[in-house]
Design a protein. Structure first.
Length: 101
């Protein structure tokens, strides 16, 4: 499940459900830590096709998010805007939250 609004007009919004089709790693970096992108097929995606075979696959890349906790120290983290969506709450199915069970 997508955790950020990536491209709302094309169906890539916070809470969009997709199926992971592949992971791409930089093989020059060892150990393999974080993929450089994840190939995800979103049912509701209506943007340009990445491949001629499957027009619903898009690349999701890691994002760096900065934060300033209450301690006054700043920091950042780099992560993919995806979470496992094995099951969703009744609220998510109605479009209220992006909670995952």
């Amino acid at each position: 499940m997508l955790t950020r609004n990536v491209w709302q007009a094309k169906g890539l919004y916070n809470g969009a459900i997709g199926t992971v089709r592949g992971l791409l790693f930089n093989e020059n970096i060892r150990p393999l830590f974080q993929p450089i992108c994840v190939l995800v097929a979103f049912d509701e995606y209506c943007g340009p096709a990445m491949t001629p075979q499957d027009e619903k696959i898009v690349t999701i890349v890691p994002e760096t998010v900065s934060f300033d906790p209450h301690s006054g120290k700043t920091g950042s983290r780099r992560q993919l805007p995806l979470v496992l969506g094995w099951a969703v709450t009744i609220h998510k199915s109605q479009g209220f939250h992006n909670e995952v069970v």
